[in-house]
Ligand binder design. Structure first.
Ligand SMILES: Nc1ncnc2c1ncn2[C@@H]1O[C@H](COP(=O)(O)OP(=O)(O)O)[C@@H](O)[C@H]1O
Ligand SMILES: [Mg+2]
Length: 208
């Protein structure tokens, strides 16, 4: 099974992914956790390029780079793991491209959808959690996160950009309600975690 976490930076994706991974591992499941872009040598190299502030990258180049990183990950890691029946938890996946490059950068949605289809090779998560947090709150959390350092190239986009990204996530959730679950991320970590477990109990046979 394949589960992904979506949301803007600072929404709490990584926090919730780790909490869920711990529960699943304690229940005896083998879990592969992945961050996007990343998890293969090529994808991590592309991540460095994408997040670096050293150069400007056009929106279309950005779309293609994220897609290249993703398809390498799908073919090299996700597909083999799924074939073995391993559980995959992914920190961002294809919805990030729809939300950030489609809605955020306002690229032609047909092109974005085509790139997504090529990159994913049709592999989609069974469940996606969109952790919905207001831009200001996410900013505040990142500000207090001592490990965060300077904002990366993606994080430098302004408030209007992130408002469009949020709109994008909400549109996906509306179009695909059986896959994407909107989670109110403004609440306490433990409460959100509890919600996520409840959704998985209802929708899957995972030992949570
Ligand atoms: N529900 C929450 N309430 C308050 N702070 C949170 C919550 N979830 C995560 N955080 C904190 O906010 C910061 C960003 O969380 P993180 O999980 O790294 O977000 P993301 O992976 O989406 O960027 C971290 O310092 C984390 O400890
Ligand atoms: Mg994170």
């Amino acid at each position: 099974m394949f589960i992904s976490f979506e949301g803007i930076d600072g929404s709490g994706k990584s926090t919730q992914l780790v909490l869920l991974r711990d529960v699943l591992e304690q229940a005896g499941s083998t879990v592969v956790t992945i961050r996007e872009p990343g998890a293969t040598l090529l994808s991590e190299s592309i991540r460095e390029i994408l997040l670096s502030n050293k150069q400007t990258i056009t929106s279309t180049a950005e779309l293609l780079l994220f897609s290249a990183a993703r398809t390498q990950l799908v073919e090299k890691v996700i597909e083999p793991a799924l074939e073995q029946g391993t559980l995959i938890l992914c920190d961002r996946y294809v919805d990030s491209t729809t939300a950030y490059q489609g809605y955020g950068r306002m690229l032609d949605m047909e092109n974005v959808t085509t790139c997504n289809r090529i990159a994913t090779r049709g592999v989609m998560p069974s469940v996606t959690f969109f952790i919905d947090v207001a831009f200001e709150q996410a900013q505040q959390r990142m500000h207090f996160d001592t490990g965060a350092g300077e904002p990366d190239r993606m994080e430098r986009a302004g408030r209007e950009f992130f408002e469009r990204v949020r709109e994008g996530y909400l549109a996906i959730a509306q179009n695909e309600p059986t896959r994407m679950v909107v989670i109110d991320g403004a609440r306490d970590r433990a409460v959100i975690h509890h919600d996520i477990l409840a959704v998985l109990r209802e929708r899957t046979s995972l030992p949570v």
